[in-house]
Design a binder for this molecule. Structure first.
Ligand SMILES: *[C@@H]1O[C@H](CO)[C@@H](O)[C@H](O)[C@H]1NC(C)=O
Ligand SMILES: *[C@@H]1O[C@H](CO)[C@@H](O)[C@H](O)[C@H]1NC(C)=O
Length: 355
């Protein structure tokens, strides 16, 4: 009897639990078509419009860095997103420097956040050189800007899942339901800067205080998942799964890659497609990987579920001046950009075919 009751209760509770925690919905075929309806030349324009603006030496506290900051902010001003800046001074081996994290959010007063992050600075070399860090991390930044532009119009769409357990979940107002939105931090390089941001968000409460359920919810606590993109853009990257809490999302990325590949929406990496290894290596789902130290650690240490998308092995051009525009494979850029767009849309339960 007790067992039956327990099972019954679990069945009752489970759908609600899933609604709170696991926002995710596969796109309909029509939705997928709309979000992947981008020609090769439009994709190349993305490289011109966003990547080339970022591809200059942009070490913290230099004019190049400030120029890139202005560029990023101008893009999100244009979209009308909320722009938060986390500015601070810190000692470095080269004297005191000013650092800045730029965080942009659509509908900043919503209570749950899907966060996709990348760092925008370029690494400092002594003596200074012309390192522009294309994979590290200009390409991820360009992808995030493109993602924002392509998904922006759907982010005010109510969540209208066809799943009977999930009907009428409105993104705009229903205090008992997660009101999910997208936040994109463009951080300064290294863990120190992301730690500054994680500490700040740990002490910052959400703007929406009229909903009693979330009165003491912090910005950090509003993060459902943080995806960190790093070292992207060279041909045939391989990604491993690192964290159990986000394995289910890593599987979704692998599924999306597979689905887009079968439909020939993403392009094979070689003439003979049998040579292609999938980017997302599902053999790593059940083994435990030593994770790579990166900007996500301060969040991970504060209990935020993290998905770390970093090419491993690292690109051969890593930390050399060859990490420039020529290192980028336009097809790989197109493929990854498409995969992340679909992934974000599904996480955020966007469906253009319903609008
Ligand atoms: C794809 O884009 C073209 C040109 O912008 C448009 O005419 C067509 O209707 C679009 N198709 C879908 C499925 O969105
Ligand atoms: C969020 O804030 C905007 C203005 O900043 C306001 O128009 C909107 O009604 C707010 N939404 C909710 C759900 O509080």
């Amino acid at each position: 009897m007790i067992q039956i009751k327990t099972v019954f209760l679990a069945l009752l509770i489970l759908p609600y639990y899933c609604q709170w925690i696991l926002a995710y919905k596969s796109l309909t075929e029509e939705g997928l078509q709309v979000l992947t309806n981008i020609t090769e030349s439009e994709s190349l324009e993305t490289l011109d419009k966003y990547l080339k603006q970022i591809l200059i030496p942009r070490v913290s506290d230099t004019d190049g860095n400030r120029k890139v900051q202005e560029f990023i902010k101008s893009k999100f001003k244009e979209l009308g997103w909320t722009i938060e800046e986390d500015t601070f001074k810190d000692q470095t081996p080269y004297g005191e420097k000013t650092f800045n994290n730029i965080i942009v959010t659509k509908n900043a007063n919503l209570t749950n956040r899907f966060v996709m992050a990348a760092h925008f600075d370029s690494k400092y070399f002594d003596p200074p050189n012309n390192f522009v860090g294309a994979t590290d991390s200009a390409v991820p930044c360009a992808m995030l800007i493109d993602l924002a532009y392509r998904l922006d119009q759907y982010l005010t769409q109510p969540i209208r899942s066809t799943d009977p357990g999930r009907t009428n979940i409105y993104r705009t107002f229903n205090p008992m339901q997660p009101k999910l939105t997208l936040t994109l931090p463009f951080t300064s390089i290294d863990q120190h800067c992301s730690r500054h941001l994680a500490k700040k968000w740990e002490k910052t409460y959400l703007l929406t205080v009229d909903v009693p359920e979330i009165k003491s919810k912090t910005v950090l606590g509003s993060i459902e998942t943080l995806v960190l993109l790093d070292l992207l853009g060279v041909k045939q990257p391989s990604f491993a799964n690192y964290f159990k809490t986000t394995s289910w999302l890593f599987s979704k990325l692998a599924d999306i890659e597979n689905r887009l590949y079968e439909k020939r929406i993403i392009k094979p990496g070689s003439e003979d497609s049998f040579d292609d290894e999938p980017y997302f290596d599902t053999s790593t789902l059940h083994s435990s990987q030593a994770h790579i130290e990166d900007d996500h650690l301060p969040f991970l240490q504060r209990g935020v579920p993290v998905l770390h998308i970093i090419a491993y092995p690292f690109p051969a051009v890593w930390h050399t001046t060859l990490d420039n525009f020529d290192a980028i494979d336009p097809d790989t850029f197109f493929n990854l950009n498409t995969i992340f767009r679909i992934f974000a849309a599904e996480y955020l339960e966007i469906d253009p075919s319903l609008s």
